[in-house]
Design a protein around this ligand. Structure first.
Ligand code: NAP
Length: 238
């Protein structure tokens, strides 16, 4: 089993929703957590929360759509902790509109954060993980990485792309004994929906801690086994 104690994890979007829940669960396993996002104040609150629960955490302010920010963040994480073992590509956003109403800046924003941001973080952090000849990259994609819905064109394009990217990198990482997992959650009750109009009965939705539990379970599989793709759905989806 992958020994988690003392390992170092980078969680993008670690200051909110699913990412924050994953960061807290990792810290409870004595993993040192590097939380990456843009909003400094929310990062500071998240760090204080993890530390109040006995965890070790550091914050790194970066916009993952900026290659310079991500390159600097990766160097700073490595300088601070001396190693990287786990990367959770979780940061994301959704813009949901009919395609004829979607502005090109909105399209670009969704693709840049979800797809290009995942590329940059993987590009600059994976070489550090490879140094250990063991480790794990977990990408939080979405049920919309394999299914489709009306008003989701930018989001599904980004998430389908992120899934394809994940599968290709998995084949490269095997040679380094590094695992790559794609987690596809259905609707999760998180601040994601404070920014978008989405008609949904959230009383039936998944909670961020459900995804966090799955991340810990996936990390704890025997060394010989990699969980490749997982769909996590509510028992009674709305
Ligand atoms: N909620 C759902 O129903 C659901 C279902 C399936 C999959 N997902 C996926 O799960 C992931 C997390 O979503 P969530 O529900 O936890 O939403 P959330 O609470 O809104 O969190 C999104 C996170 O992404 C970060 N982020 C956004 N743009 C960024 C950028 N340019 N650079 C760095 N960080 C950025 C945000 O931090 P800052 O704003 O501070 O940068 C925030 O921490 C997303 O990839 C989402 O697509 C969500």
């Amino acid at each position: 089993m992958f020994k988690m104690e003392g390992k170092v994890a980078v969680v993008t979007g670690g200051n909110s929703g699913i990412g924050l829940s994953i960061a807290r669960s990792l810290a409870r396993q004595n993993v040192k957590v590097a939380m990456v996002a843009r909003r400094r104040k929310k990062l500071e609150e998240a760090k204080a929360l993890l530390e109040s629960e006995g965890g070790e955490a550091e914050i790194f302010t970066a916009d993952i759509t900026s290659e310079d920010d991500v390159r600097q963040m990766a160097e700073d994480v490595y300088r601070r902790f001396g190693r990287v073992d786990i990367l959770i590509n979780n940061a994301g956003l959704g813009i949901f509109k009919n395609v004829e109403e979607l502005e090109s800046r909105e399209w670009k924003n969704v693709i840049d954060v979800i797809l290009t941001g995942t590329f940059y973080c993987t590009r600059y952090l994976l070489p550090y993980i490879y140094e250990n000849k063991s480790g794990h990259v977990i990408n939080i994609t979405s049920l919309w990485a394999k299914e489709n819905c009306a008003t989701c064109s930018a989001y599904t394009a980004a998430k389908h792309g992120q899934k394809g990217f994940t599968e290709s990198v998995r084949e490269e990482a095997r040679k380094h004994n590094v695992k790559v997992t794609n987690i596809m959650p259905g609707t999760v009750d998180s601040p994601f929906f404070s920014k978008v109009k989405w008609n949904h009965d959230f009383s039936r939705a998944l909670q961020p801690e459900d995804v966090a539990k799955l991340v810990i379970d996936v990390l704890q599989f025997p060394e010989r086994a990699v969980v490749e793709d997982v769909v996590l759905q509510a028992i009674h989806p709305a």
